[in-house]
Design a protein around this ligand. Structure first.
Ligand code: SAM
Length: 340
């Protein structure tokens, strides 16, 4: 044991606790860096895909690592990408993941493009909680932002998921001045008629796709803009809640959430780790520091040795990021590579 990290013993009750006394129980797992959309603010200009099959962790390897993380205290997993639904073999993988004891919360982030075709399989695999990215309700604007004319397909997928009882369905909206800021009220209005959690996310200027937005759009302004729909009432936080500050309009079926990594950073409560598709552990989204887990795993490290590599990385988890509204592209990696 060392002074920065406290680990009692390898039982389900353990929690990873870092030097800032943050309990790390949440792992985001990117299973591919490939995507079927080209969101202007996300994909690198240098374009994808860049990883060969050999570079990407096999499903077996991901499951192996997840069991090690679980033994260290991870109980919440989100599958992401790239676009997770484009990777072959995802449904049997999700089923196996869902059977790992000690993972209490399993969810997936998707752009929704392939949702409609696969909802049955996603449900059978045991996923009930979905985050779906939707930056516009206007088909033309959606096309402009994502590079693909598929709004209707995505929207149909979202409605079908609602009908099939997926809950909660969180709709991720990255707020971009000059691109979708005229639609923020329409997006928020969706929470009145659907049980969706509409989550407005501040744009993070990272990767070589970083947009040079003249003036960033932060949560207070988004809140002000959607206030025309009525007062927002705070929603009590749940045990497994992430960084979103949650609200609800009176009599609304759904919720509004604000994720404010820049204007109101939540580093002091950050409970996340990220595993990239190529097997690197990232302890902070907004830092380029990463630890190679694939090489030691493939060279035959024991689970205990792998756990030591992970614990060593966690010891270096930054206390906070220093990205602020005046900086841009401080982080070289793109979101499509890290997984958001
Ligand atoms: N393909 C899936 C999707 O679109 O949801 C999962 C991966 S995507 C990288 C995960 C989330 O990151 C999406 O909601 C996306 O909008 C968000 N995202 C990507 N780049 C971002 C940025 N620069 N700032 C804030 N959010 C970003």
């Amino acid at each position: 044991m060392n002074d920065m990290f406290e680990k009692r013993n390898c039982s389900q009750q353990d929690r990873l606790i870092d030097r800032s006394n943050r309990h790390l129980n949440y792992l985001r797992v990117s299973i591919t860096d490939r995507c079927n959309l080209n969101c202007t603010y996300c994909l690198p200009f240098s374009h994808q895909p860049r990883q060969s099959h050999h570079d990407i962790l096999r499903y077996e390897e991901i499951l192996h690592l997840i069991r090690i993380f679980r033994d260290l205290g991870i109980s919440k997993i989100r599958i992401t990408g790239g676009e997770p639904l484009v990777r072959k073999g995802i449904f049997p993988f999700l089923s196996r993941l869902n059977k790992i004891s000690g993972i209490d919360d399993l969810s997936m982030t998707t752009n929704g493009m392939l949702l409609q075709d696969h909802l049955d399989k996603i449900k059978s695999a045991g996923i009930r909680r979905l985050n779906i990215s939707l930056d516009s309700l206007n088909p033309k604007n959606y096309h402009r932002i994502t590079g693909h004319d598929v709004f209707q397909k995505v929207w149909a997928g979202i409605l079908a998921a609602e009908k099939m009882g997926f809950h909660p369905i969180k709709i991720n909206v990255v707020a971009l001045r000059g691109m979708n800021d005229h639609e923020l009220t329409d997006m928020a209005r969706l929470s009145l008629s659907h049980p969706f959690h509409i989550r407005f996310i501040e744009y993070m200027p990272i990767g070589d796709s970083a947009l040079q937005l003249e003036k960033p759009l932060f949560t207070p302004e988004i809140q002000e803009r959607i206030s025309s729909l009525g007062a927002l009432y705070p929603v009590e936080r749940g045990k497994m809640d992430g960084p979103a500050r949650r609200f609800r309009f009176k009599n609304a079926k759904g919720e509004i959430g604000f994720i404010s990594p820049i204007s109101h950073h939540f580093c002091q409560t950050c409970n996340r780790l990220r595993l990239t598709a190529s097997g690197f552990l990232r302890t902070c989204l907004l830092s380029d520091h990463q630890t190679d887990l694939k090489t030691p795993l493939r060279s035959g490290f024991s689970d205990q040795q792998m756990a030591d590599v992970i614990l060593d990385a966690i010891r270096r988890k930054p206390t906070s990021h220093d990205l602020n509204s005046k900086q841009s592209a401080q982080v070289a990696s793109s979101m499509s590579a890290i997984g958001g």
